[in-house]
Design a binder for this molecule. Structure first.
Ligand code: UD1
Length: 451
């Protein structure tokens, strides 16, 4: 939803056709930082978090914690200090919770700390409905009573008991929430068919740094031994594999040469394998990955899947890339029902993509053309930016309120790699008058904010 008219007017203006070249460091991982911030609820003390990305989702999670009584201070350079010792509420407000799906992570942490949580039920988002049945079944296995009251999930249990929880599918959200709830349960909880994502393992690492006892993270079986109390700690968030992947795809789509530093290459395996199949040159050295794109590249068939499969978040940027392949690619989205919503915007840039349910057939075109497009979600925003970098002419991308949720200093980092991109306030195109035929008045850039 648009908050202000400014959001409607603020766009990226990108002059395409320049190869990305150089090195860029991966920021802290959004999908680790948000649950870890939620988990600070368990500390009842001061937590110092380093490498927290400067993105708006972090601001919203900080506001949620403050609404519960926490004190959150930001230090320069991505360090957050969160003091949850005086937390006095287990009911975060709908106005904040509804802004990001990850806000539901506070439920398990509140349940562990207060034996009660009242959290507005996540409705859906542009990617489709966000089910939480596995989260709730897990809470119930731990002995909590769960009900829906006035649109909020109410989970309550005088004492939580460790239990064996088998997930019907390796849901990242359910694994995190059940792990959080189990940290202070009596006895041992085993989560089977758990999500293996690095961000889930990072959350487990943080819980252990607070004095919790989680083992098996990164495997399908996670064991949590409940402890009586957790304490404050200092912790560094892992780098963001999804942002790193977006930059590597940026090198691929612009036939450039980009090295992403500060990233574990192992967590990018599925993407690197896919890019190699297409003909890109991928090299890894220590904690860096280098991608060199080529002007003419092969199509590929890809299906997204739980980690270590191809990440659903990189599906839109991959499709943008494949829209320029020498042939037809088939892309299956196996995680979210509506993750192809952005395809109509790519089509406005000349991409030839047919979507049927969760399958997309991407016929490579010779070139993409400039257009005015709107990002419907975070990663689709990343995809449209990549497409505009490769397109001929000057494109405008709106929906920056989504891109800013997940990409830290995006335009500055892309500009440092040689992109021509600026954030600008643009006067919206006016409708053509009937006596002017089909000629649209071109949008006019009035205020560049940054290069
Ligand atoms: C998902 C991604 C994660 C990514 C994140 C941000 C997967 C498996 N998860 O995590 O890698 O970083 O988005 O974009 O790729 N489901 C249920 N019932 C539940 C919970 C989930 O049916 O209680 C279903 C969902 O509808 C979805 C699938 O399971 O189809 C995966 O959900 P989940 O992993 O929990 O989603 P996120 O935590 O958002």
């Amino acid at each position: 939803m648009l908050d202000t008219l400014d959001e409607l007017r603020t766009r990226f203006v990108i002059e395409g056709g320049r190869s990305l070249t150089g090195a860029v460091s991966a920021p802290g991982a959004k999908n680790a930082a948000l649950p870890i911030m939620a988990a600070s609820i368990l500390a009842a003390g001061e937590v110092v978090l380093h490498y927290v990305p400067r993105i708006t989702d972090v601001d919203v999670m900080a506001a949620i914690l403050e609404s519960l009584g926490a004190r959150v201070r930001e230090h320069s350079g991505g360090t957050l200090v969160i003091d949850t010792s005086s937390l006095d509420s287990y009911c975060p407000p709908y106005a904040l919770v509804s802004k990001l799906n990850a806000s539901f992570d506070v439920t398990g942490a509140l349940l562990a700390r207060f034996n009660r949580a009242e959290v507005p039920q996540p409705g859906g988002c542009v990617l489709g409905p966000r089910a939480v049945d596995l989260h709730l079944a897990g809470f119930q296995r731990l002995g909590a009573a769960v009900s829906l009251e006035h649109g909020s999930v109410v989970a309550a249990g005088a004492t939580l008991e460790g239990a064996d929880v088998e997930l019907g599918q390796p849901s990242v959200g359910a694994t995190k929430n059940i792990m959080l709830a189990a940290t202070r349960a009596r006895g041992t909880t085993i989560i089977r068919n758990a999500a293996k994502e690095p961000e889930v393992a990072d959350l487990a690492g943080f819980i252990n740094a607070m004095g919790g006892c989680v083992r098996g993270q990164g495997t399908p079986t996670i064991r949590i031994d409940g402890v009586r109390k957790l304490h404050g700690c200092e912790y560094t968030i892992i780098p963001d594999r999804l942002v790193a992947g977006t930059y590597l795809l940026g090198a691929a789509i612009t036939a450039g040469d980009v090295t992403v530093t500060g990233i574990d290459p192992g967590c990018l395996h599925a993407l690197c394998r896919t890019l190699k199949t297409c003909g890109c040159e991928l090299t890894t050295e220590g904690a860096s990955v280098r991608a060199r794109g080529v002007a003419s590249f092969r199509p590929v068939d890809v299906s997204t899947g739980p980690y270590p499969g191809f990440p659903t978040d990189l599906q839109p940027p991959l499709v943008a890339y494949l829209s320029l392949a020498q042939g037809t690619s088939h892309v299956e989205e196996s995680i979210f029902d509506a993750r192809f919503v952005y395809v109509s915007e790519l089509a406005r840039m000349g991409a030839d993509i047919k979507v049927s349910g969760r399958q997309a057939i991407v016929k490579g075109v010779e070139k993409l053309k400039d257009a005015v497009v709107e990002a419907p979600d975070i990663r689709a925003g990343g995809a449209l930016v990549l497409a505009a970098l490769a397109a001929q002419g000057t494109s405008e991308i709106g929906g920056l309120q989504y891109i800013d949720r997940g990409y830290e200093f995006f335009e500055e980092r892309l500009a440092s790699l040689g992109a021509s991109i600026m954030r600008a306030s643009v006067v919206a195109p006016v409708q053509p008058r009937t006596d002017m035929g089909d000629t649209m008045q071109m949008p006019k850039v009035v205020t560049p904010f940054s290069a």
